[in-house]
Design a protein around this ligand. Structure first.
Ligand code: FAD
Ligand code: NAD
Length: 476
């Protein structure tokens, strides 16, 4: 007799494993199938985020930032270090150990929540049956009352620069370099290009990023993008905009990369090339043709606002469905799907999803950019405050950047918050809460912020919206 579960989740990334835990919290019997295999050949739960994305990249960003600050900032604090030496092997061991601890933690959470963690491939068949192929090849058909597909995404490969896992690599390969490349090329100045470009630049690589678009960080507020571009330039990261890569050829000495820009055909030679031009939904062999699942023209599983597919009782969440490819967006969708399965009313507020780029300075925003508000035709006001005027930022020796708030002119509702500066990724949480509660600028103005704190920058920016900033001259 085949096994049956109330909920079978395919994929144990941040969308899938969180969905499984929430379903178990509702008292459902749950199985979660995942086939992720690390480069050491070992399987692990956690998906891209824990194994090859958010977590290992942040581990290396932290280590490389410390190295950079020790080299360039400690002197200003009156700390003499003598000659600093990079021990990349230890840095990489630390990264791998953090990943191991966290992925092992998911296995522990599955056990604690009585979730059956199944290692292998899952495939949805007609009638909500799921074919599970274990790593030893054994095939089992599992019956499910509900199925949640959370199969994630994979890097986009471009024909003109195919991955060779040695010199031309994807983001995962770029997290696992065992030496610092002297010259690193990156295709794409998106989130991955900037984060991983920063890591290797701080560790000593000469980094050149080729970006096809003319606008830098086109999805961010223009004021933030301007500050960020200046900072990356100061850090020695060469970002070439309007650079359309036409070819990449790996040879003995490195990779010859050709591209076209407004001045015509150009070329550079680098030791390693990271291609980070976006990710695509991963749905290979995920469902049979008669399962009833529909893909859109870009390959995403078609779902409604509540992540229901066209098949009753089958949901899809995370990177494999529309919306930003972010771990926290996927997790919230996983929670929503599990809550709905349990008969609860649940929703994800897609208008209030924070974005964070973990460079130095960090870049974070929530809500609309000024250009988006302008284009909407709604009358608005803005206020900003530079970290250069923040006592805490000065004490930290991290004064680049600013916080900016955009509010509606008529009812003062906060429409967007944009921060570039120290700990922007943490500071944005206050703004997310404000937008979630439809707060007004006045609400932040009247909220007491501890002194001295970086959060005061947001407070001052809210005051600046009404020309009431106290620690910086207001626009008149
Ligand atoms: P995934 O994490 O991709 O997990 C899907 C899982 O399903 C995988 O384990 C896969 O093996 C498994 N799977 C797929 N198909 C099957 C099948 N048929 N059978 C069994 N198993 C299957 N996002 C952030 O929010 N913050 C960050 O700081 C951040 N940093 C990133 C850094 C990098 C370098 C990268 C590449 C991504 C980063 N992201 C970040 C994006 C984030 O990793 C993804 O948005 C997130 O992992 C998506 O979660 P998911 O659960 O939908 O998919
Ligand atoms: P991205 O969409 O952020 O950026 C890709 C960039 O490559 C774009 O600027 C695009 O214009 C450029 N590009 C595309 N084709 C090109 C070409 N042929 N030549 C030159 N440039 C080209 O994608 P990504 O950086 O690969 O990241 C993938 C996903 O992972 C993103 O959706 C992101 O949300 C997620 N991610 C998030 C974080 C975070 O939240 N901190 C970190 C890393 C990744």
């Amino acid at each position: 007799m085949s096994r049956s579960f109330d909920v079978v989740v395919v994929g144990a990334g941040p969308a899938g494993y969180v969905a499984a835990i929430r379903a178990a919290q509702h008292g459902k019997t749950v199985a979660c199938i995942d086939e992720w295999r690390n480069k050491d050949g070992k399987n692990a739960f956690g998906g891209t985020c824990l194994n090859a994305g958010c977590i290992p990249s942040k581990a290396l960003l932290e280590s490389s930032e410390l190295f950079h600050r020790a080299q360039h900032e400690f002197k200003k604090h009156g700390i003499k270090t003598g000659d600093l030496e990079l021990d990349l092997a230890t840095m990489q061991k630390r990264r791998a150990s953090i990943v191991r601890q966290l992925t092992g933690g998911i296995a522990g959470l599955f056990k604690a929540n009585k979730i059956e963690g199944l290692v292998g491939h899952g495939k949805l068949l007609a009638g909500k049956q799921v074919e599970f192929t274990a790593v030893d090849g054994a095939v089992e058909v599992i019956e499910a009352s509900n199925v949640i597909l959370a199969s994630g995404s994979s890097p986009i490969e471009i024909g003109i620069a195919p991955f060779d896992d040695a010199k031309i690599v994807d983001s995962w390969g770029a997290l696992e370099f065992d030496g610092v490349p002297k010259r690193l090329g990156v295709v794409g100045a998106g989130v991955i290009g900037l984060e991983l470009g920063s890591v290797w630049s701080r560790l000593g690589a000469k980094v050149t990023i080729l970006e096809a678009m003319e606008d830098f960080l086109f999805m961010a507020d223009r004021d933030v993008a301007k500050v960020a571009a200046k900072e990356f330039k100061l850090q020695g990261i060469d970002i070439k905009l309007g650079a359309k890569v036409s070819g990449a050829k790996a040879g003995k000495t490195g990779v010859a990369v050709s591209y076209d820009d407004k001045d015509g055909a150009q070329s550079i030679e680098v030791d390693k090339l990271v291609v980070a031009v976006g990710r695509k939904p991963h749905t290979d062999n995920l469902f049979s043709e008669d399962a009833g699942i529909q893909l859109d023209e870009r390959g995403f599983i078609v779902v409604d606002d509540e992540c229901r597919t066209r098949v009753k009782g089958v949901y899809a969440v995370g990177d494999c469905v529309r919306g930003p490819m972010l771990a926290h967006k996927g997790s919230e969708e996983g929670v929503m799907a599990a809550d709905i399965i349990a008969g609860e009313i649940a929703e994800v507020n897609y208008n209030v999803i924070p974005s964070v780029i973990y460079t130095a300075p960090e870049i974070a925003w929530v809500g609309k950019t000024e250009a988006e508000v302008k284009n909407s035709g709604r009358a608005y006001k803005t206020g900003s405050f530079p970290f250069a005027a923040s006592g805490r930022a000065k004490a930290m020796e991290q004064t680049s950047g600013m916080a900016k708030i955009i509010s509606s002119q008529d009812d003062d509702e906060i429409l967007g918050v944009h921060i570039v500066g120290p700990m922007a990724g943490e500071l944005i949480a206050e703004a997310v809460l404000a937008l979630e509660f439809s707060a007004s600028t006045e609400d932040i103005q009247r909220t007491i912020h501890a002194h001295p704190s970086l959060a005061e920058a947001l407070h001052e920016a809210s005051l600046a919206v009404d020309n009431k900033a106290l620690n910086f001259p207001n626009k008149r």
